[in-house]
Design a binder for this molecule. Structure first.
Ligand SMILES: *Cc1c(COP(=O)(O)O)cnc(C)c1O
Length: 392
């Protein structure tokens, strides 16, 4: 099972033959019968100690077989030995920061990051202060007590890319967290490039149908133990129904990502040529950092496009209001196209300076391209863009 299309369909289903089932069983138990006390005691201890499984699942905050299958599938797709799933992407990030306390006393992070992630680091909520750095200053900023280095690539919403292998080489033994939500394991496998923790908001492409909030971290066995201990203690659990939907969603992930990406390539080109659009940000374009990484680190640009409207905030508001095929909404990675305004919505919690430095202007729109027919998507955007261009 070396190809991701095959893994997407078969991974995490190793026990099906033994169970005699064709679809994953959805196990909603909160507690599990303990027929043998000695075995129950040993299992309880194993799960509290962060083991991936035990003879008895004991209690659903410690282990759930439906969730565990999704974790095994995602780990295989990320070329990692394990993965740990959480109630949301932010719960997954929180667990990583709590686990990082074992490794040092501060984190180094490169902007831009997802708005709430940036805000959480800045607020110091998890007790691990952040020092903001850049790829150029990273080497000088590393100290013996750096607990974790955090990057997001491609980044939200600028689509800037960070060279994962270069970061990993620079930081040596310091663990590196890569938020790979925009890329999915279809387009990028950060662990192969030296990342320690590969983070996804599974709410986005992994779920893919706009009906699950979830997060997952792919990593090695020892980090998985730390993350499971924290999950058991803090209770940031993925619900088994959500895990079921995610596991099912993974089967079509490669198809969905390829189709959405093909649409995005066309739309980015047409947006770039349109008079109402002043700049298009898309992996591979010279408006983003490290455009070459689209062909080396990634297997394509993905399905997120940001673009700046010449008409500024008013034009952005008009576009959001008038689209009919696309949905004006935050979030991304769904089968349907979503359009949103980072300055007013997803990144509104950033202070004005950070927003300006990050390139989040009032006329910036972020488009998460879906799998509709590209001609319908363009007709939808084009009519409003052209009306605006003629008016102004
Ligand atoms: C959505 C998102 C998150 C947060 O995930 P939730 O599932 O909303 O908690 C983190 N990083 C990126 C890049 C995201 O898009």
């Amino acid at each position: 099972m070396t190809h991701r299309e095959t893994q997407a369909v078969h991974a995490g289903r190793e026990d099906f033959a033994e169970l005699g089932v064709h679809a994953p069983p959805l196990d909603l138990s909160t507690t599990y019968p303990i027929p043998d006390l000695a075995e129950g005691v040993a299992s309880f201890r194993d799960l509290v100690d962060g083991q991936a499984e035990a003879a008895n699942s004991i209690y659903a905050r410690m282990h759930n077989p439906t969730v565990a299958r999704f974790e095994r599938a995602l780990a295989a797709m990320e070329a990692c030995s394990d993965a740990v799933a959480f109630a949301s992407g932010m719960a997954a990030i929180t667990a990583c920061l709590l686990a990082a306390h074992e490794h040092g006393d501060h984190v180094l992070a490169i902007r831009p990051l997802y708005g709430t992630h940036d805000h959480m680091l800045d607020s110091g909520l998890t007790g691990l202060p952040v020092r903001w750095t850049t790829p150029d200053t990273l080497a000088a900023d590393i100290t013996a007590t750096t607990a974790l280095v955090i990057i997001e690539t491609p980044a939200n919403p600028t689509l800037d890319m960070v060279d994962i292998a270069a970061v990993a080489a620079t930081v040596g033994d310091v663990p590196v967290l890569v938020d790979s939500t925009f890329a999915t394991p279809v387009l990028q496998q950060p662990a192969r490039l030296g990342a320690t923790l590969v983070l996804h908001s599974a709410t986005k492409f992994l779920g893919g149908h706009g009906d699950v909030i979830a997060g997952v971290v792919a990593c090695n066995d020892s980090w998985a133990v730390s993350l499971r201990k924290i999950r058991t203690a803090t209770g940031g659990l993925l619900h088994p129904l959500a895990a079921y939907l995610l596991h099912r969603g993974l089967t079509t992930l490669p198809l969905r990502v390829e189709q959405a990406q093909a649409n995005a390539v066309e739309l980015a080109r047409w947006l770039h040529e349109h008079a109402a659009v002043s700049r298009v940000f898309f992996p591979g374009y010279d408006t983003v950092t490290n455009p070459h990484l689209v062909d080396t680190q990634m297997r394509g640009p993905g399905a997120l496009i940001s673009f700046e409207l010449a008409g500024g905030h008013a034009a952005a508001a008009a576009l959001m209001q008038h689209v009919q095929v696309a949905t004006a909404a935050v979030s991304l990675g769904s089968v349907d196209t979503l359009i949103q305004h980072p300055a007013g919505l997803s990144h509104s919690m950033l202070d004005a300076d950070t927003m300006a430095e990050t390139g989040i202007t009032p006329g910036l729109i972020r488009l998460s391209v879906g799998i509709e027919h590209v001609d319908d998507l363009w007709a939808d955007l084009e009519q409003t863009l052209s009306a605006g261009a003629h008016a102004g």
